[in-house]
Design a protein around this ligand. Structure first.
Ligand SMILES: Cc1cc2nc3c(=O)[nH]c(=O)nc-3n(C[C@H](O)[C@H](O)[C@H](O)COP(=O)(O)OP(=O)(O)OC[C@H]3O[C@@H](n4cnc5c(N)ncnc54)[C@H](O)[C@@H]3O)c2cc1C
Ligand code: FES
Ligand code: FES
Length: 1349
């Protein structure tokens, strides 16, 4: 080893060359990278350098799994291959030397052959927008490579690190269940003659549900044949076997990557570079580099050092090298738990319990145990256990080593340890437990799977043998201070005491004193976190008490109704049923309308071949754009200094307001700027942009721009807006009947209020635009991920000052939209177009997840105050309600959103006298916008809240109060629309019977009597959702159908495909009308040059509108073909087309449709607001852990009226996907804003959408049969948005469970529970002896970390 200097000019590796070639294999092909950049991730390399775009970028922080690939390594010492899933977004390419990478493209393709994991997710309807699909495919693939016969629990574990925003997960699990031992299908393994399903050997249970038609036929699936898997590259095998370990060295102009060959070299390097960053899994360092702007010029990778990867069993415990991965630690500990007597493995079990909920598998497969310790995060999940167990750490530098115990001296400050700069952590010893020792570990996070802790804890108690006298006690907590802490005072006080009620009391009051938090503490949730410290101790107390009792010691007996508090979290495997009406037997087999046809792009999505905007190869001369956004909520811009950016590598130019050739005015309501001009009105307001040669250079240059502001007073929350009367006009009202008379008639009057938090769309594909100037006549082509191509076209034309006919917008597909790409996509596309116009070069920008969340707004937070008058029977006779929405810094679609909220304010209840007002609060937040449901869910949520209040105040079952208020057929809504073809009563009755509501209610009550600390709750909730854009002019659509002379059909219509299966349904419609198979019909894209002036794909109405337009166009073509069919009735389609063509018939037709009879006027409360209503009912059951606030979704039954379904697979997918998005809205997803208006939750790490584990364990979805309907295409009904609100049944089931908990403390009657029903809110609402010890701080005396906006 020669002298090393950071310039590395003289650095030599053992091959004798200065810098090393990085050698790895991708999909079997050798890659030799001679310029490996230490900061480049595998994801960027795959997508940009190798042109493999199948692996997707969803977050760049290891939180979504869209980038999952499989790595394989040969381990010479064990002589075996290791396959494991990783997040390509966090894997540095330099860590891949002699590694084989398998991406989704490597395992199968549509043209070659599909891999069973690709085929099954597609045919099982588990891919909607498809953006998550490659990642999910690769997680499943990696699982099967290690375990060809997994259980469902293994599948769920494999998906802990994957998110999907569209499907609601059920179809993915159901599709992959066919590959598990639980499937009843052998998957082609171990049986003669292939798959058992094709041989008719599968056992069939014959219940009514089993006899229902299936959405897919497992017998169609190709069997899994592990012998056919891609082989490990033979060249890599021999390289791995023969190459002697030698140090590696890669560098760029900013950083150097050193991979020493042995420990001595490693310590030497650390001595010479004390500031060098040790990198193992890069799951912490990668985040720091990407999101915290950190630069580590010297990176030390100890991948080759055996001492850091070694596992040694000693007399004291098991010693893990610091670089052992968490997966490896888990495997070793599991083996030990199986092999050793239970008393020795208490600590191991506690570590395993923490690992169970530690990140996702992709992270655990690479993250090191030493990395977790050395990160010294106050919310590390392992450090509390290591501390409580007094683990020993071996620290080493070049000259010496020392062993230290993990106690409160190890962490010396926030993310700082006692290690000296030249030292490294060599290993950790996890000890065996002793005979009288009991250890438990707890983690409480907003979401159970893959989430960072709110509070995490580990507790260890040792008793004097044969007694219940405490000899040693260690209580370790994370999330309660800047470091992991030991509650030493409390522990000391309890030494020598008997484990009993008195000890418990003293422990709690002492812990409440010892573990306090400043009310402004980062992370907030102060009362909750403090309460948790006590509640978790209480769980530990009961657990130990029970174990002591089990040993025959004389301790207080744990009451049987307290036992559930000691249970370790477990879930049943998920099960589901889907029920739909099959097409009539008389329907022609070629007519696919009504059949569960697979999403037309599903196979391509599963193989990574489906092309999303950013998957397009770079255009010649293309450059990249990064946005410059405001860091202030309300301010005047004093100066902008570009000088530092101009000097940064790759810089091309800046773009500011002065560069806009046309109008800087933009937005749906023309009240926004393309680029801020002098003033900013929210954090994230776009001020300008930097264009550079690459994304990285553009982003670095943008960060170098310095802006000076003069701050102005911002308005952030609804309450602040109300106080300042900061409202946009008009203030909408909707009123019917005589309110005063209604209240007079009422036996009771009740008032209440509620706040519903906003929601981030979290489409897996962030906003992206590629703008390509065409070089003449100002023509410009845009490739955009947008639901609104025409709006994009017109706002881009305005900004560029050119006619709309020069702008062509193409939309192939989106990786999810959900309303988030309806109007806000133009924020980006206008800026990118201005830059492209200025430079006359193609410009691209795909927003990073944090930027997307910061800039683009989401669902409107709502606050409502209500007054309800009702009779003794529970019948509501008067409602007075005021809605306030947090609109943000522009009007965007907020008035329409409010109109929908108001028009849904009674949900499904008939109320004679109503008065609703809607205030649009103008605040300094990014403008909020459309989101699935468009205000309807908020409007209805308040209704369900006051109806629950009514029931609770009367002490009557909520389902009865709901039922007596439910609309009757033919009644009038508050906006005077008659409920025709009403089916809600049918849905209600079917839901009651399918959910076995009465039996479930009795079972819940019994459970609640038997359990004090866990409670179950049940709720059944209806929904009625009006279908049509409330802006009448939008209720139109166009289609263009070409028939080519070979008989193939090219179909275009005004709608865009975002995963909802619109194109599939449109092809089904065209196929029926033209009478040709779907295979002859193709949709290439949506484009402004084929169908002009389109409405955004929104309001659930796209199938209705575009379907009718497609039908219209096809009918025109049919009419033109009719003479040729009559002339040659036995001819083929091709014959007729040919004949018509030769006869000079126009084989291209334009279709059009507008919804008839619409036209409502809010001023006069007259006219028809909606074309029709979609109805549904859901019943959910939950279980709440009253001590932690965690809840489990036990079961949900949904009955949804979708009319005569065009495609039951797609419709059920929409129902389930919407439902799970609603589950996120009402129970999980929380946007945290600082009092200054800064969005604090900007990625999957801090913003939690539902994961696989959040689906109800039993999920039944039934599409209502025989519901009369004739308002939309082929008697179908809209389905995109209406089911979302049904997730409120989970919220109200939680509220039901909380009521049962409160009853234990003698509290009855209505109570306020804001949405979402997060673990924090649930815990705080379950008043008990522990919450009393943690009083709320006076709100006036501190500045909270986050505010309710
Ligand atoms: C999506 C995601 C989910 C996560 N979930 C959790 C979770 O549930 N619970 C939790 O506790 N954490 C979680 N983390 C944090 C992180 O995964 C862990 O802290 C992990 O153990 C870090 O290991 P690593 O090998 O990736 O560390 P790296 O990023 O490689 O290194 C982390 C730090 O440790 C130092 N270091 C590493 N090894 C040594 C050594 N031998 N000697 C000296 N210094 C060393 C490095 O210099 C660096 O400062 C999560 C992270 C992500 C991205
Ligand atoms: S992109 Fe890698 S996990 Fe999200
Ligand atoms: S299909 Fe999973 S995110 Fe769209």
């Amino acid at each position: 080893m020669r002298e090393l200097d950071t310039n590395m000019g003289d650095r030599m590796n053992c091959a004798g060359s200065s810098f090393d070639d990085l050698v790895f294999f991708v999909n079997g092909k050798k890659v030799v990278e001679t310029n490996a950049d230490p900061e480049m991730t595998l994801l960027t390399y795959l997508r940009r350098t190798l042109g493999l775009p199948g692996t997707k970028l969803g977050c760049a922080e290891g939180g979504c799994g869209a980038c999952t690939v499989m790595l394989s390594k040969y381990q010479p010492h064990a002589q075996k291959l290791l396959h494991y899933a990783v997040n390509a977004c966090l894997a540095p390419i330099c860590s891949l030397h002699l590694v084989s990478v398998t991406t989704v493209e490597g395992i199968g393709s549509v043209a070659r052959q599909l891999h069973p994991v690709q085929e099954r997710i597609a045919k099982g309807h588990g891919s909607q927008c498809g953006f998550c699909t490659p990642g999910i495919v690769m997680s499943m693939y990696a699982l099967l490579r290690n375990n060809p016969t997994p259980k469902m629990a293994d599948v769920e574990e494999a998906f802990q690190g994957n998110l999907c925003r569209c499907t609601g997960y059920r179809p993915i699990l159901e599709a992959y269940k066919t590959l598990t031992v639980e499937s009843g299908c052998c998957g082609g393994k171990g049986r003669e003659n292939g798959c058992c399903m094709t041989n008719g050997k599968a056992e069939e249970k014959e219940t009514d549900v089993d006899l229902a038609p299936r959405l897919f036929n497992a017998a169609d699936f190709a069997p899994l044949d592990p012998t056919q898997e891609v082989i490990f590259p033979p060249e890599l095998m021999s390289l791995s076997k023969t190459q002697k370990t030698c140090s590696l060295h890669f560098r760029s102009d900013r950083a150097v990557w050193l991979q020493p060959a042995n420990l001595e070299e490693f310590l030497d390097l650390k001595f010479k570079h004390p500031d060098a960053r040790v990198v193992v899994g890069n799951t912490e360092v990668g985040i720091e580099v990407k999101f915290k702007n950190m630069l580590y010029p010297v990176i030390l990778a100890p991948a080759f050092i055996p001492e850091l990867h070694r596992v040694t069993h000693t007399y004291e415990g098991i010693v893990f090298g610091a670089a052992c991965t968490l997966t490896q630690v888990g495997e070793v500990l599991k083996e030990a738990v199986e092999a050793l007597p239970p008393y020795m493995t208490q600590v191991f079990i506690a570590v395993l319990e923490q690992l169970r909920w530690f990140a996702g598998q992709q992270i655990r497969n690479v993250a090191a145990v030493g990395g977790n310790i050395m990160t010294a995060s106050p919310i590390s999940d392992l450090n509390p256990v290591f501390m409580a167990a007094s683990c020993k750490l071996t620290l080493m530098d070049k000259d010496s080593s020392r062993v230290v115990q993990m106690d409160d001296t190890f962490f010396v400050g926030y993310r700082r340890t006692m290690l000296r700069p030249q030292e490294i952590l060599l290993s950790i010893e996890i000890p065996y437990s002793r005979k009288q020792q009991f250890v438990s570990a707890f983690k409480q996070s907003p979401r159970r799977e893959d989430d960072i802790s709110i509070v995490t804890a580990a507790m260890s108690v040792t008793f004097t043998p044969g007694t219940c006298v405490v000899e040693d006690l260690r209580l370790s907590y994370g999330g309660m201070a800047p470091t992991t802490v030991l509650a030493k005072n409390t522990a000391n006080k309890l030494l020598g005491r008997c484990w009993g009620e008195k000890l418990l009391e003293e422990a709690c009051s002492s812990l409440a004193e010892e573990l306090t938090l400043d009310p402004s503490v980062p992370g907030g949730m102060v009362i909750y976190r403090r309460t948790l410290t006590l509640s978790l101790f209480y769980k530990f107390y009961l657990t130990v008490l029970q174990k002591l009792g089990g040993q025959g010691l004389n301790v207080e007996e744990v009451r049987s109704n307290f036992l559930s508090a000691t249970e370790i979290y477990h879930q049943e495997p998920p099960s589901s049923v889907q029920i739909y009406q099959e097409v009539p037997q008389t329907q022609h087999p070629d007519d696919v309308v009504g059949r569960p046809v697979m999403h037309l792009s599903a196979l391509k999505q599963a193989t990574g071949e489906a092309v999303y905007c950013d998957d397009m190869p770079l255009f010649e001369n293309e450059v990249y754009l990064a946005l410059i956004t405001s860091s202030k909520a309300h301010a005047r811009i004093l100066s902008i200094d570009e000088s530092a950016a101009e000097c940064s590598p790759g810089f091309i130019c800046c773009v500011f307001a002065a560069d806009i050739p046309g109008s800087n005015t933009t937005g749906i309501m023309h009240d926004e700027t393309v680029l801020a001009d002098g003033q900013v009105t929210c954090v994230g307001h776009i001020i300008g942009a930097v264009v550079a040669d690459t994304q990285l250079h553009a982003q670095r240059a943008a960060k170098a721009i310095r802006i000076q502001y003069e701050e102005l007073q911002p308005i952030i929350t609804i309450q602040e807006a109300i106080a300042a009367k900061s409202f946009y006009q008009p203030i909408r009202t909707l009123q019917k009947g005589d309110l005063e008379a209604g209240f007079k008639q009422a036996d009771h009057i009740l008032e209440g209020e509620m706040h519903i938090g906003g929601q981030e769309h979290f489409y897996l594909e962030t906003n992206v635009t590629v703008a390509v100037p065409r070089g003449e006549d100002d023509e410009i082509e845009l490739f955009v991920s947008t639901q609104a191509p025409s709006e994009t076209q017109s706002l881009v034309a305005m900004a560029l000052g050119i006619p709309a006919n020069r702008v062509v917008v193409h939309v192939k597909r989106m990786g999810g939209g959900f309303g988030g790409k309806e109007s806000r996509t133009t924020l980006l596309s206008t800026v990118v177009s201005v830059a492209a116009h200025k430079l006359r070069r193609p410009v691209r920008c795909m927003l990073d997840r944090d930027e997307d969340m910061l800039i683009t707004g989401g669902r409107h937070p709502f606050y409502a105050k209500y007054k309800v008058g009702f009779l003794k029977s529970g019948k509501v006779v008067a409602l007075d309600v005021s809605y306030y929405s947090n609109t943000g810094n522009s009007r965007d679609l907020s008035l329409s959103v409010m109109e929908r909220a108001l028009s849904h304010m009674e949900n499904s209840y008939s109320i004679a006298n109503v008065h609703g007002r809607g205030f649009l609060c103008r605040t300094n937040l990014p403008s909020n916008t459309a989101f699935r449901g468009f205000g309807g869910p908020q409007g209805m949520m308040f209704a369900e809240n006051w109806i629950t209040d009514v029931a609770q105040s009367l002490g009557r079952p909520a389902d009865e109060v709901r039922r007596i208020n439910l609309y009757q057929r033919g009644e009038l809504t508050p906006f005077n629309q008659v409920l025709e073809q009403y089916t809600l009563d049918l849905c209600w009755d079917e839901c009651l019977s399918r959910s076995r509501y009465r039996q479930s209610r009795a079972a819940v009550e019994l459970y609640n009597r038997q359990n004090r600390w866990t409670k179950r709750g049940l709720a059944i909730v209806p929904t009625k959702f009006g279908i049509s854009f409330t802006a009448v002019f939008l209720n139109q659509a166009g289609a263009l159908v070409h028939i080519y002379t070979d008989g193939s059909v090219l179909l275009t219509h005004g709608g865009t495909e975002m995963g909802q299966g619109l194109h599939t349904k449109m092809v089904q419609v065209a196929s029926r009308v033209l009478g040709v198979p779907c295979s002859k019909i193709h949709i290439s894209e949506t484009s402004t040059q084929t169908v002009p002036n389109t409405s955004p794909t929104a309001a659930s109405a796209s199938s209705d509108l575009n379907g009718a337009a497609v039908k219209n166009a096809c009918q025109l073509l049919n009419e033109r073909l009719e003479p040729y069919k009559s002339k040659n009735p036995k001819g083929s389609w091709e014959d007729w087309v040919k004949a018509a063509y030769l006869d000079r018939v126009n084989l291209s037709a334009n279709g059009f449709y507008k919804t008839p009879d619409l036209g409502y006027d809010f001023e006069t409360n007259s006219g028809r607001l909606f074309n029709y209503f979609s109805y549904g009912v859901a019943c959910s059951e939950v279980e709440v852990d009253c001590l932690t606030g965690a809840h489990k979704n036990l079961s949900t039954t949904i009955v949804m009226d979708v009319g005569v379904s065009l495609n039951p697979a797609i419709d059920i997918g929409q129902v389930e996907g919407a439902f799970m998005q609603g589950v996120g809205l009402f129970t999980l997803e929380e946007l945290h804003y600082s009092p200054e208006g800064v969005l604090l939750s900007r990625g999957p790490g801090s913003y939690k959408i539902p994961a696989f584990g959040d689906i109800p364990r039993k999920l039944t979805v039934s599409l209502l049969r025989d519901g009369a309907h004739d308002k939309a295409i082929f008697a179908s009904k809209a389905v995109g948005e209406p089911p979302l609100f049904l997730a409120s049944s989970v919220f109200f089931a939680i509220k039901d469970a909380i009521s049962a908990a409160r009853a234990e403390s003698g509290i009855a009657g209505p109570f306020r529970l804001d949405s979402p029903a997060s673990a924090e809110r649930i815990r705080n609402a379950c008043n008990d002896r522990f919450t009393k010890l943690c009083p709320v701080a006076d709100p006036g005396i501190f500045r909270p970390w986050s505010v309710q906006v």
